[in-house]
Ligand binder design. Structure first.
Ligand code: HH2
Length: 328
């Protein structure tokens, strides 16, 4: 038992208390020091003994093996179609793959049982790790039993959109298995975390998100998850209206002060549709690229995306300019 592993997360009530590449060979690619683009904290991420170098934008390709995800539900729900999509995303330049078996869609996300989520996720993790043994695999889940099963099947990272709030054994599981952990800011349960039910912030949303993420970070550390395994994510669109998501993206340098690398998940999200007046999520690619480039300039280093190629090309060009700027 790890000290503190079963202590309740400070935000376990749902609404936090107000006070409160792998890279065997360089596929996954930190930061030159000094500028906005270099303020993202540490330069490597250690996940189950593998080193993900953060010396360029890292793209995390989204593989939703769900029937109901908000923009790609039902498209990759067989092992064959998931493997084909994984292969296409790697071909387009994804560094990691994030496999999710439970949607948090804003309109009526339905919680999935542990057995059903394992049934969706584990065969895909097994197939991808057999086919692409050098690739870092992340599992997008809030359930420790699902995380453990996926890690046993070959995953390296747990992407927990509740930042260890919803299952007190998650931190212990990650610590025991040496997994990388993405701690994403959210409030509420799986069914309402992507709604506005908990989108009330006193004062600056950036300060509140920073404080709540720092509590998650402290909780993870107390459970034995080492700093080098942790990446933080401000949770774009989760308990956040459009203006909150924009504030948080603009305020990334404040969140980077927590000292861990930052991941953002803006891909195809509502705030982009609101700005560009694009109702169909799959048509929000250009807006997604704009948001990711801005986030890169503000210190994000990892980008969770559906559309890999446009993000790969634009972020690599933006990085080359920002990086060059640091030397002049
Ligand atoms: N967003 C979604 C799911 N998981 N994980 C992290 N770390 N950051 C995010 O912003 C994030 C996430 C929601 O997007 P998507 O997976 O496309 O949809 P759905 O939840 O409907 O499957």
């Amino acid at each position: 038992m790890i000290d503190g592993a079963n202590a309740p997360h400070p935000a376990a009530s749902g609404v936090p208390a107000p006070a409160r590449s792998s890279d065997p060979d360089g596929r996954a690619g930190a930061s030159p020091s000094g500028s906005n683009a270099g303020r993202a904290g540490a330069d490597v991420w250690v996940v189950r003994g593998r080193i993900v170098k953060l010396d360029r934008p890292i793209l995390v390709g989204i593989l939703n093996v769900t029937p109901d995800s908000f923009s790609d539900g039902g498209r990759f729900d067989s092992v064959g179609s998931a493997l084909a999509h994984a292969s296409a995303m790697l071909e387009e330049g994804a560094d990691l793959l994030d496999i999710g078996g439970e949607s948090t869609r804003p309109q009526g996300a339905r919680p999935v049982s542990i057995d059903e989520e394992i049934r969706r996720v584990v065969p895909v993790v097994t197939a991808i790790s057999a086919e692409f043994p050098d690739i870092v695999i992340s599992v997008d889940t809030v359930k420790s039993a699902v995380a453990a099963a996926a890690l046993e099947a070959g995953a390296h990272v747990v992407n927990d959109v509740s930042a260890f709030r919803l299952d007190s054994r998650m931190a212990e599981t990650c610590a025991a298995m040496g997994a990388g952990a993405i701690l994403m800011h959210s409030r509420g349960s799986v069914s309402d975390m992507a709604t506005f039910a908990h989108a009330d912030y006193e004062g600056s949303v950036v300060d509140v998100v920073r404080r709540e993420l720092s509590e998650s970070l402290a909780f993870a550390r107390a459970a034995g998850v080492p700093d080098e395994a942790i990446v933080l994510d401000p949770g774009i669109g989760f308990a956040k209206r459009g203006e909150h998501s924009l504030d948080v993206l603009a305020g990334l340098p404040r969140i980077a002060e927590l000292g861990r690398p930052l991941l953002v998940g803006v891909s195809r999200k509502r705030f982009i549709g609101e700005i560009n007046d694009v109702a169909t999520p799959t048509e929000r690619v250009h807006g997604t690229v704009g948001a990711n480039v801005a986030a890169l300039a503000r210190g994000a280093r990892l980008f969770r995306v559906h559309d890999v190629r446009p993000n790969r090309e634009s972020l690599d060009v933006a990085w080359s300019i920002l990086h060059r700027g640091e030397r002049t």
